[in-house]
Design a binder for this molecule. Structure first.
Ligand code: NAD
Length: 318
């Protein structure tokens, strides 16, 4: 039997590259399409000589065709606040035009399809924790709307291709994920705190630090994607770690695992920063028998080497 072939859009990014590893590990061949807007070749360097792995540098906002595939994993999109603020219009374009093009590939080849959506679809939620049935509280015109609304539109297009073109779709709503291959300067909590702690700089906490986040280690997140891909669930499924930490607790945990003596510095809260974010993962537990296994301290310890190396590399190019 010939190998099943998967397309991963955004495969040079943080999550996409780990997904490629998991797919290749399960015997798939993989073609990545990525324009390297926020991703890096280095994330895929270890796969260069892997049989059944291809990389195509291309912007998916233009129509594209990489030949027959059996599964489309659509992960292309700037994801961190720093990136989507910098690339607001490309973010809206990849969520809209890029999603049409990824779905067109799935439609053309009768491939299954899974798209990465986000907890940002819930905005600054009025329900806590967030179930998939909650429709969200999103500011459609605020600075974060380039991302939040792009992702809500992505979900709408996906459901439309399912209804009108019978594409076999899945939607994962990803909550904060961290681990090796994250960009060091992408403004997210874990890389920010790791870098500041490793350099002995003050750790920046926005507001009073009592806003909460839940952090999922990347291997747990990818396990959730793989299980969802194998299921037939058409409606969104939250994949994230429900253990909630205040930002201050997270800062203290980073200080503990790095052994840093950095101080904590408080700065004003950015506009529309959600106060609470925690997934309700009842659906994933029941449907996929999925449960995150890595707690925050373990995940941070597993990420130490990567962040240490990233901090040293950055220092050496200065
Ligand atoms: N990391 C998280 O915690 C998180 C949380 C929620 C949702 N997500 C979603 O998961 C997906 C991957 O996120 P990530 O953290 O790996 O981000 P990332 O920035 O590391 O990866 C995104 C990849 O998409 C590529 N890309 C962007 N625009 C493109 C285009 N027009 N054509 C081709 N490639 C393009 C980038 O170059 C990059 O390699 C995104 O869709 C994001 O919205 C991530």
């Amino acid at each position: 039997m010939s190998r099943q072939r998967a397309l991963v859009t955004g495969g040079a990014g943080f999550l996409g590259s780990h997904l490629c590893d998991a797919l290749l590990g399960e015997g798939w061949s993989v073609v990545v399409v990525d324009n390297l807007l926020t991703g890096r070749r280095a994330n895929l360097a270890h796969l260069q000589n892997e049989s059944g792995f291809e990389f195509v540098e291309k912007d998916i906002c233009e129509p594209f065709d990489v030949g027959k595939v059996d599964f489309v994993f659509h992960f292309a999109s700037p994801a961190s606040p720093v990136d989507y603020h910098l690339h607001g219009i490309p973010t809206l374009k990849v969520g809209s035009l890029g999603t049409f093009h990824a779905l067109d590939v799935a439609h053309k080849y009768g491939a299954k399809y899974l798209v990465s959506s986000t907890s940002e679809c819930y905005g600054d939620p009025l329900e806590h924790p967030q179930k998939e049935t909650y429709w969200g509280n999103v500011n459609p015109i605020g600075p974060r709307s380039v991302y939040d609304e792009a992702k809500r539109f992505t979900e709408a297009v996906t459901m439309a291709y399912r209804r009108y073109h019978k594409v076999d779709t899945r939607i994962v709503r990803i909550f904060n994920t961290y681990g090796p291959r994250m960009q060091l300067n992408d403004g997210r909590v874990v890389p920010n705190f790791m870098k500041q702690a490793m350099l002995g700089e003050p750790i920046t906490v926005y507001g009073d630090g009592r806003q909460t986040r839940s952090f999922c280690y990347v291997s747990d997140e990818i396990d959730g994607f793989m299980r969802l891909a194998k299921s037939a669930e058409p409606l969104p499924v939250n994949i994230g770690n429900p253990n909630e930490f205040t930002i201050l607790e997270c800062a203290q945990m980073v200080l503990k695992v790095t052994g840093s003596k950095s101080q904590i510095r408080y700065e004003p809260l950015p506009q529309d920063d959600p106060k609470q974010r925690r997934p309700d993962i009842t659906k994933a537990r029941q449907l996929l028998e999925w449960e995150p296994k890595i707690d925050l301290e373990t995940g941070l310890r597993r990420s130490l080497d990567y962040f240490q190396q990233a901090v040293s590399e950055e220092a050496s190019v200065r």
